[in-house]
Design a protein around this ligand. Structure first.
Ligand code: SF4
Length: 120
């Protein structure tokens, strides 16, 4: 059994939510300190499987700038971030690109796309 204090970043109030359970089993026995349902959902997800949007850049080919800023279209599991960065390093993009253009659909099977967040 583990207890974690999780700061809710869903809104500026920054409630500290205390979650107890077994994250490996996906079990939560108590969740206290949230002021709204969004915070409860955030803290429980953060306790069991934290997610983060990956923001980085991809090499370009034949463009004026050497790198294009990219991000995932939705949060992906935090524990995949290092592996995801290794995958991004293998990629190269060519112009033209604009924000929102999909570079890799269903990036690493996460359900999120890797998309451009800048232009080439
Ligand atoms: S629990 Fe609700 S009120 Fe508190 S920080 Fe999270 S979203 Fe804001």
């Amino acid at each position: 059994m583990v207890t974690k204090d999780i700061i809710c970043i869903t809104c500026p109030q920054g409630c500290i939510i205390k979650v107890t359970g077994d994250p490996a089993k996906g079990e939560i026995t108590s969740c206290e300190g949230f002021k709204c349902k969004r915070g409860k959902v955030y803290a429980e997800n953060e306790f069991i499987r934290p997610l983060r949007i990956l923001t980085t850049s991809v090499k370009t080919e034949g463009a004026v700038v050497p790198l294009l800023p990219v991000r995932t279209s939705a949060p992906i599991p935090k524990e995949m971030q290092i592996e995801a960065m290794a995958e991004v390093k293998k990629l190269t993009v060519k112009a033209p690109m604009k924000p929102g253009d999909v570079i890799v659909a269903d990036f690493m099977g996460t359900g999120a796309d890797l998309v451009a967040s800048g232009s080439l």
